[in-house]
Structures are given as C-alpha cells and as structure tokens.
Design a protein around this ligand. Structure first.
Ligand code: TMP
Length: 208
C-alpha cells in the first residue's frame, strides 16, 4: 500500500508520519518510511541541489524537472519494489506537492505538471493521500517556531500565501476521489496520529 502525506511546510505531516511509522512497526505491520524530494541516494543528491539556498538562479521549470527526476528515481528504485514486497510505504510528499508548489505557486500550470508527473511516476498512484488541512493562522504560528533553513522555506511570504491557496485549490479539485483523505491538522499530535492509524489499518485490512 502506497500512502502519501501532503500539506504545506509547518502543517505537522512529518511529525505525524514518524509517529504512524513507529506505531505500525510496534504492530508488526511491514512498513517503510521515505520522503520527497529524496528517498534514494541519487534522489537525495537532487534534493540537495533543489533546496540549496545558494541556488538562487534555479528557474521554475528546472525546479519542476528536478522534482520529477528525483521522484522518478525514487519510484523505480524504492517505491515500486517495496509495494511488490507487500509493504506499506509512508511517503512524505509526492505529486500533490509538485502540483501546488510548481504548478500553482510557481504558476507553471497544474495540468502541465500533472502530465510531467504521469511520465515521471510510470503512472503509479497513491492508494491513500493524507491531506493535512490546517488553518492559515495555525500554520503561521507553527512556522514562526521553526528554523527556516532551505531555499523553498526561505521564499517570500507571498510565495507561501500562494502555496496555501494552492492547497485549497487542490482540496476542492480532488476531495471527492476515493484515495483522498482530509486530516484535520489543527488538532493535537496524538489525536491526529490515532486518526491516521485508524484509517490506514482500515484500508490495509480491506486490501489484504
Ligand atoms: P520538506 O521540507 O517537506 O522535506 O520538503 C522540501 C520542500 O520541497 C518543501 O518546501 C516543499 C518542496 N517541494 C516542492 O516544491 N515540490 C515537490 O514536488 C516536493 C516533493 C517538495
């Protein structure tokens, strides 16, 4: 089962992914965790190029292609083999992130980025997309407490506003899809973790 965690920087998805991972390990469920951009040796190298704050001249199109290249390597080398071994794959970000950041916030167009990613992912789709829905106020409060360290996190406030709008646009567009699950990320860590585990195990048992 392939499960992706999506949401803006500071929504809490990486913390929850870690909690879900630990809980599933304790239940002896076969599970791995990974992230994008990154997840394999080559994809992590691409991640370093993408997030390096010295790479200020990186164009939007190049950024979208590097994201897709990182994803493609990740899908073939790690995600597909793990799915074939019947593991649950927890992935921090996937195609939705490219639709929002490159398609919407960088204004390259959602449809164009969707097509690029169909090619990059060999057509595989997540069985579950956990969409972390958080109020803009909570997001800003949480982000103030973090050290902003990479090129994308250091983008101007305006860019992050567009990212937030992009997530809302994507929510409207995909919320009726069977694999799209909205997670109320305004709640506390333990409540969000329990909710995610219950819907994951529900789906897992139905698929088994
Ligand atoms: P992370 O901080 O969640 O590890 O993600 C790194 C940054 O990369 C984050 O600001 C979101 C951005 N990103 C994109 O712009 N497009 C993508 O396709 C992915 C996977 C991440």
């Amino acid at each position: 089962m392939f499960i992706t965690f999506e949401g803006p920087d500071g929504c809490g998805k990486s913390t929850i992914l870690e909690e879900v991972y630990k809980n599933l390990m304790n239940l002896d469920v076969p599970v791995i965790k990974t992230r994008e951009p990154g997840g394999t040796r080559i994809s992590e190298k691409l991640r370093n190029i993408i997030l390096d704050e010295d790479n200020k001249e990186l164009t939007a199109v190049t950024e979208s292609l590097l994201m897709a290249a990182s994803r493609s390597q990740h899908v073939e080398e790690l995600i597909i083999p793990a799915i074939n071994e019947k593991k649950i794959v927890l992935c921090d970000r996937f195609v939705i992130s490219s639709l929002v950041y490159q398609g919407y916030a960088r204004d390259l167009g959602i449809d164009k980025i969707l097509k690029l990613n169909e090619f990059a992912t060999l057509g595989i789709k997540p069985d579950m997309i956990l969409f972390f829905d958080v109020s803009e106020k909570n997001l800003l409060d949480r982000r103030k407490k973090r050290n902003t360290s990479d090129r994308l996190e250091k983008e101007k406030v305006d860019f992050h506003k567009r990212v937030y709008k992009g997530y809302n646009y994507i929510k409207e567009k995909f919320q009726e899809d069977d694999n799209f699950h909205i997670v109320d990320a305004n709640k506390g860590i333990s409540e969000i973790t329990s909710y995610c585990i219950s819907i994951i195990l529900d789906n897992y048992r139905r698929k088994k």
